[in-house]
Design a protein around this ligand. Structure first.
Ligand SMILES: NC(=O)c1ccc[n+]([C@@H]2O[C@H](COP(=O)([O-])OP(=O)(O)OC[C@H]3O[C@@H](n4cnc5c(N)ncnc54)[C@H](O)[C@@H]3O)[C@@H](O)[C@H]2O)c1
Ligand SMILES: [Zn+2]
Length: 337
């Protein structure tokens, strides 16, 4: 497998490789479970990557966007699997961004009570985050990702060639999550080559997932910047995309940590310098949102343990903080302008 980076997600007998590089999709056939005689390739129109699983396969296209991330789509997929005679020893292959891999993963977790799935991530966000770690699921009208399962893939491919056609806005979404990793590790990711950078992000996520597969503790750190981000996505009816919202949420989390005396102004400025400066992401609150609406939405965050819950920087590094008072939460929102 010369030329490609290979990062292992170490989960005991469910460990799997993530293969990263330009043209890495050529490795797909070698990464499928040896029991598989057929594959169901789940993808979307407009996804540029051609895949060759090396076994007979059907291609099933699903809709685009968060509204198609639904139980209806899961039913359609499972019915297609049944019609194409997919058995429990066969394989589902999700080819796309985080939406596709979340949906394909959940359909694989459910069909025949679980069939193997391999992800081919085609967005930056998918490569550094969504395709890794085994969280799968769909939305309900009541909220995002409310139904799902933990279902680890058998392998993940990150073919960097796919990024050539990625719209600029989608690239920035991936950068939002990457900036998050910067604060979790202090790594200067932007100084690395693209293959090294993606591989390092995969390594960071793999390490956190391996320490806490089902989010009892450490995995919650991956939600740095996400409490406000989720509120912003809901309040703007997804006009602001997830990764864009995370960029705003990271700076907000720093301001909140400072309001609570956990970090100093210099550390807030560092957040600004990294997110707005180095990563060149927009960190202003979208116009027209009311603080009380955002606070209300943050109360409803599904990660909330006890009152308002945030992942915040502090003397001991980034950690989960529950029961945060509304005072500093609102004051930090005011600071965002
Ligand atoms: N499971 C997890 O741990 C996890 C983590 C983060 C995000 N997510 C989920 O991921 C989803 C967001 O993923 P996303 O940001 O990748 O968006 P996405 O999957 O919706 O893709 C965005 C758009 O880009 C298109 N696209 C994909 N690859 C392309 C390519 N190579 N060239 C051109 N266009 C391409 C898609 O068709 C789509 O229209 C959300 O549903 C989110 O909840 C999951
Ligand atoms: Zn995220």
């Amino acid at each position: 497998m010369s030329g490609f980076r290979r990062v292992e997600v170490p989960l005991g007998d469910r460990s799997y490789p993530v293969v990263i590089g330009h043209g890495a999709v050529a490795e797909l056939a070698t990464l499928l479970p040896t029991t598989a005689r057929r594959a169901a390739v789940v993808t979307q129109t407009g996804i540029p990557l051609e895949v060759d699983p090396g076994i007979p396969f059907d291609v099933i296209e699903i809709g685009v966007g968060e509204t198609a991330k639904s139980l209806t789509t899961i039913e359609q997929l499972c019915r297609s699997f049944a019609r194409s005679g997919l058995s429990r020893h066969d394989v589902v292959i999700g080819v796309g961004g985080g939406m596709v891999t979340d949906v394909a993963g959940f359909a694989a977790a459910s069909y025949h009570r679980g069939v193997p799935v391999v992800h081919v991530a085609t967005t930056l966000l998918g490569m550094v985050d969504a395709a890794i770690g085994g969280k799968t699921g769909v939305n309900l009208p009541e909220g995002k990702n409310l139904v799902g399962a933990f279902w680890q893939p058998s392998a993940v491919v990150c073919d960097l060639d796919a990024l050539d056609s990625l719209p600029e806005r989608e690239r920035r979404c991936g950068l939002g999550e990457m900036a998050k990793y910067h604060f979790l590790t202090g790594d200067d990711l932007l100084s690395m080559s693209l293959p090294d950078r993606v591989a390092r992000c995969v390594e960071i996520k793999a390490e956190i997932v391996a320490a806490d597969e089902r989010e009892g503790g450490r995995r919650a750190l991956l939600n740095y910047g996400h409490t406000l981000a989720h509120a912003l996505e809901t309040a703007t009816e997804h006009r602001i995309a997830h990764g864009e919202a995370v960029a705003v949420g990271l700076v907000y989390a720093a301001r909140l940590a400072r309001q609570m005396g956990r970090i100093d102004t210099a550390r807030v400025d560092e957040h600004l310098a990294v997110v707005a400066g180095e990563y060149d992401l927009d960190v202003a609150l979208p116009a027209g949102l009311l603080a009380e609406q955002l606070v209300e939405l943050m109360h409803r965050d599904k990660k909330a343990l006890d009152g308002l819950t945030f992942v915040l920087d502090g003397p001991a590094g980034v950690e989960v903080v529950a029961g945060v008072d509304e005072g500093p939460v609102v004051a930090a929102l005011d600071e965002m302008g």
